[in-house]
Design a binder for this molecule. Structure first.
Ligand code: UTP
Length: 277
């Protein structure tokens, strides 16, 4: 079964400069919690225990976040404020965290390949923590995808319909619809112009990948933008086997840019923080 979740978190986060000059984008707080923690909680809630994080230069705050901060914790021990750290503490007690560095930022596909030593030869989940996904009505997006994996046993990408003028920001899929919310992928294009897009169904930052993806990425040449693209490797997998695209239930916020980040903050403040969740 799926036990591990990979978090590629080595990107430069240029859309959020200057905030991301010395701080990882994944540490940006949505209300009072950093993006990476929302991602880890979603993975934990989906039953995954092993968190594998691909970091890069200037990203040490990620490791420190899931570690003890002796001085601070000593300072607030026995006070009301201890409760603010209980969620993070619980994750540290119930999950393992391992890290590797992507030395050269050669794209998402390359970042996933850099995580291979932490994953090994087993299927795994991928969370891009700057895509914040929340489902107030039921299971989180990763839980929904793991349930599908149990049924279909193949790679799965989460998709969302986007306006036609936004296709250039995403990997776009086309495929045969096999259920109201599932497509069998037969085409995938990275960041196409609207006129070249095979549909308006965009891949967002949640994946389930089978282990053969690593060899496929290793054989993938740099594509769009000179980066090694996960969509190119997934396209090969789709041709020789099965890749599903799943229209998830819930909300997704692109927190890699200001607009999505502000929407996420307002949403979380109203629906989670104010309710003490
Ligand atoms: P993005 O496309 O959002 O790129 O990466 P970015 O560098 O993080 O941000 P901008 O566009 O410059 O603002 C999607 C995900 O892939 C990771 C990022 O950390 C993010 O989670 N990534 C991307 C890597 O880990 N390594 C890379 O070389 C590229």
């Amino acid at each position: 079964m799926i036990r591990k979740c990979l978090f590629p978190a080595a990107g430069y986060g240029t859309r959020f400069l200057p905030a991301t000059k010395a701080m990882p984008k994944e540490m940006l707080p949505v209300v009072n919690k950093p993006l990476i923690q929302y991602g880890v909680e979603e993975a934990r809630d989906a039953g995954l225990q092993h968190m594998a994080i691909v970091t890069g230069r200037g990203k040490r705050a990620l490791e420190d976040h899931f570690d003890i901060s002796y001085e601070l914790e000593h300072q607030i021990r026995g006070s009301e404020k201890e409760k603010f750290l209980s969620g993070t503490r619980e994750l540290m007690e119930t999950c393992t965290f391992s890290y590797t560095r992507q030395v050269e930022m050669k794209g998402l596909g390359h970042a996933i390949l850099s995580g291979r030593p932490l994953i090994g030869d087993e299927p795994f989940a991928v969370v891009l923590a700057d895509d914040l996904c929340l489902n107030l009505e039921g299971d989180g997006v990763l839980s929904q995808m793991i349930a599908l994996y149990k049924q279909f046993r193949c790679s799965i990408v989460a998709i969302q319909e986007v306006p036609n003028d936004q296709t250039h920001k995403y990997g776009i899929i086309a495929g045969e619809q096999i259920r109201e919310d599932i497509y069998r992928v037969n085409s995938m294009v990275e960041k196409p112009k609207p006129e070249d897009a095979p549909s308006n169904m965009a891949i967002i930052g949640r994946y389930i990948l089978t282990a053969d993806i690593f060899d496929l990425i290793a054989d993938t040449e740099p594509g769009k933008g000179g980066e090694i693209q996960i969509t190119d490797a997934l396209m090969k997998q789709a041709q020789s086997g099965c890749v599903l695209a799943y229209k998830f239930k819930g909300h997704r916020f692109d927190c890699g840019g200001a607009e999505g980040y502000i929407d996420a903050t307002n949403f979380c403040y109203e629906n989670l923080y104010k309710k003490g969740l």
